[in-house]
Write a protein that binds this ligand. Structure first.
Ligand code: MG
Length: 255
């Protein structure tokens, strides 16, 4: 989406605030014994209470065989992204990490964000993976400037993840957002500075570094949505919707 006027801009900013508030509530709810379905129910209820629409529910991404059946994506440990919370319901355990990815539509403007949250106490090693992936998101946002290119974001994210000793999951990445759940340009989490599409003022993008603590190969589960690491290693994912403004990017989904 390219923001064309103050109304669209205001809707984007308000939608981002609302999405962030739902993610904060979900983060607070995460604890050993909580089921993925309970998280999904809470996400849907909070979005609808605000008068907004969940935008993953019923959405069919390119290449998918059926619409996504839930509001929230819940991906535990070696699940990378798009874990379905209300079909194969799982219970969170102490020491797990859980990725929560959520999108909503506020007055027709779509925002998208994700966090990976520790369940109870996790090891220092796991904390390091989360920290590095979060840092990669910050590095990608810092690189998102009008006049630069998609490759500048990609390479900043890659540097941060690989510099910390982890690998980049290459099949998945960021994207334009706002009018649709997924828009052009695709934003790989690896690449070279100066390459790819030109970044322009008023562009709305979802940046989402996805890392693996082991190898980066992925497998897609029979449910058609859940990606997991082939070697069973942990994966982390953080995402913000951003707006490219004069002088840099504004984070729309600040938690
Ligand atoms: Mg996304």
């Amino acid at each position: 989406m390219i923001i064309k006027n103050d109304i669209e801009r205001a809707n984007l900013i308000e939608g981002g605030k609302r999405l962030a508030a739902v993610l904060v509530a979900l983060r607070e709810k995460v604890a050993p014994g909580v089921t993925t379905e309970e998280l999904d129910d809470l996400a849907e209820q909070l979005i609808r209470d605000g008068g907004d629409e969940p935008c993953f529910l019923g959405y069919t991404p390119e290449g998918a065989q059926r619409p996504y059946p839930a509001t929230l994506c819940v991906s535990i440990n070696d699940e990378i992204v798009h874990g379905i919370p209300n079909e194969s319901v799982k219970t969170l355990k102490e020491g797990d990490i859980v990725g929560l990815d959520l999108g909503l539509s506020h007055n027709g403007v779509i925002v998208d964000a994700a966090i990976t949250v520790p369940v109870g106490k996790v090891s220092e090693e796991v904390k390091k993976l989360l920290y590095a992936t979060k840092n990669a998101l910050a590095a990608g946002i810092a690189a998102a400037e009008a006049g630069k290119h998609v490759g500048d974001i990609s390479s900043a994210i890659q540097k941060e993840i690989e510099g910390a000793g982890y690998t980049v999951v290459k099949e998945l990445g960021g994207h334009g957002v706002g009018d649709l759940v997924h828009e052009e340009p695709f934003i790989p989490n690896f690449g070279r500075p100066g390459q790819g599409e030109l970044l322009e003022e008023n562009m709305v993008l979802a940046l989402e570094p996805i890392s693996s603590a082991g190898k980066a190969s992925v497998i897609l589960a029979p449910d058609g949505y859940t990606f997991r690491t082939k070697d069973g290693s942990l994966s982390a994912h953080f995402e913000h919707t951003i707006l490219i403004e004069k002088g840099g990017a504004r984070i729309i989904t600040t938690l």
